[in-house]
Design a protein around this ligand. Sequence first.
Ligand code: GLC
Length: 445
Amino acid sequence: MNRRDYLLSMGATAGALAVAPTRDLFAQEQKPPDESAPTTSTIEDRKRRMKWWHEAKFGMFIHWGLYSVVGRHEWVMEMEGIPVKDYELLAQQFRPKPNVAHDWARLAKRAGMKYMVMTTKHHEGFCLFNSKLTDYCAPKQAAGRDLVQEYVDGARAEGLRFGFYYSLMDWHHPDGARCMTDEGARRRFVDYIHGQVNELMSNYGKVDVLWYDVPWPLDANGWESEKMNRMVRKLQPDIIINNRSKIPEDFDTPEQRIVASAERPWESCMTLNDSWGYHIADNGWKTPTTVIRNVITCAHDGGNYLLNIGPTGDGSVPPESVRILSTVGDWTQANGESFHGADRCQPTRSRFASFSRKGNTLFMHVYYWPGETVVLANLLNKVNSVKLLASGQPVKFEQNEWRVRMTGLPRVAPALVTTIALECDGEPRQDQEKKRAEKPREGKF
Ligand code: GLC
């Protein structure tokens, strides 16, 4: 198995296990990091810092870099074994249109997303921001501008929160792999990385999220992650940090799958097709309905959904991405209330609908519309009223111990995913087990 497949199969946070660590690093790996046992004050502080993020629920990921010029996935440098010197030439071809990030921000807003996270430096090592520590950055190459500044301006113009993705792994820096076995190289490389993180945290005003990626080939001690993140929090007291610097920090990052963390905040990141960076031939697009269902699935379990676009080298968003996100936007404009600021939700049981909840209101999101009558079984609460969320139209219903039958509905699905809001007398709960065991097996009920 190559390193990429291994990283993917382990999840990027396990990346440091992909090489045999030196004895020293391995010994340190055994020590549980301090952050794994957060104090009450860190929990309280986290709650405060993360309030907006929990309410937001839906964000835009943006993968953009020199690989976007090539259009064969963001791992093209490693996948095709391109020599560093040859790859560097792309920096002369990367000349994006001015202020494209404004278009992305408008698209994100239209889709119902509340924040953005952009790659400021991916594994290729090219920085989209102005760095004093390298010439391999957009302002000093053909682009001639600070693209992170444009991104920040674009997000702010639309009132969106924003974060910086930053890859610790670096295929370009001469010490990026050598640091694994050579202490001098590690020192230089870690100073470089900390220095760049410092630049990102110092030069753009308030930053909402720091999204580290792939910590190969070091562990938390090798990266001096605790020190690095202390510096980050000093510069950005309200920032939210993900778990990919080999310490858990604020939130977990399941990738390409939706898996809720029981006790910790989590955000599921996903591609819209099968590649993060622009891939000209990848047409494995998700449908708008799948995207909507994924947003709801995350909201149901108290998580966020970070959905990716991979703009081309000039910054254009692939038309298919625009089409899908605009359709999703039509839905979120009318139904966003059902997931922005939603609470964790217990009911799950339907073969044609997903659920979300706010307080005592249960939102039933019907993606396979059954027709004039929609039935929800095994709800333990009394339902006070029912309406179609998008139109506000009241829905007639009858309820007995076993089911709620909603009638007089349109024969044809009113929307891609139709949201029915059921106002209950308490926090909505379903009990499949009890009903299966106790429901009368004969007679009319
Ligand atoms: C993986 C990939 C990377 C992508 C990231 C997004 O770690 O290496 O290309 O940026 O996932 O989560």
